[in-house]
Design a protein around this ligand. Structure first.
Ligand SMILES: CC(C)(COP(=O)(O)OP(=O)(O)OC[C@H]1O[C@@H](n2cnc3c(N)ncnc32)[C@H](O)[C@@H]1OP(=O)(O)O)[C@@H](O)C(=O)NCCC(=O)NCCS
Length: 182
């Protein structure tokens, strides 16, 4: 029988204090620290939904919208947005809070595609998702749409690679900041 779970059953929040050793040479928090925390919260959320070990297959939309400072509290809110057969998409919203001023910044929203794995290390079927409100329905639909767009981008990438015409490309590169020295 097909099993289904609600979004709230796997929703996960991770909060971490940004300590000085996380900073880069400019004194701001290193992007890799935030990405590592995102991977961790995506794993917890995905594993809770799948009831199985999961691996990260793909990451989309890591745009750093605002710098994070040492001493701020970073919270990562993760929920399952979309499920396929063995894969699921975890949407993660990252905010950073200055505890003294209570200023809250939205620093990222990204989408991690995780794949559930069986003990034999093969993809494993995940439960379906019960959608209980308009936000959950919209996120599921956006997940499906993003998957279709990705397929389209991949096809376009292969087309550009296979149809590469040197002389045509010279024209398209006119005005770009490159100098061809062959
Ligand atoms: C992810 C992985 C298990 C997929 O294996 P695979 O042999 O391609 O498996 P399948 O073709 O059966 O795909 C399984 C599911 O993953 C999805 N998937 C695979 N690669 C994907 C990608 N790059 N982006 C999004 N979804 C992907 C498929 O669409 C499929 O989804 P569905 O079952 O919901 O329809 C395999 O590529 C892998 O082990 N990658 C390394 C993962 C890892 O080590 N991550 C940590 C990196 S540091």
């Amino acid at each position: 029988m097909d099993t289904y779970k609600t979004v709230s059953q796997s929703q996960t929040t991770l909060t971490e204090l940004m300590i000085p050793s996380y900073a880069n040479f400019g004194g701001k928090i290193h992007g890799g620290i935030i990405m590592g925390l995102m991977d961790k919260v995506a794993y917890v959320c995905a594993a809770k939904h799948a009831g199985a070990y999961c691996v990260t297959a793909s990451v989309e939309g890591i745009d750093f919208l605002a710098p994070v400072e040492v001493g701020e509290m970073v919270s990562l809110m993760a929920s399952v947005n979309y499920v396929g057969k063995t894969s699921l998409v975890v949407g993660i919203r990252v905010i950073s809070e200055n505890v003294k001023t209570q200023e809250v910044k939205h620093t990222n929203t990204s989408y991690f595609t995780m794949v559930a794995m069986s003990d034999g290390h093969t993809p494993f079927k995940v439960p379906g998702l019960i959608l209980r409100n308009d936000v959950e329905i919209r996120r599921f639909y956006q997940g499906l749409h993003r998957k279709q767009l990705k397929k389209y981008y991949q096809q376009e990438e292969s087309r550009v690679k296979s149809d590469f015409e040197r002389d045509e490309t010279f024209e398209l590169l006119k005005g770009e900041r490159c100098r061809i020295e062959r």
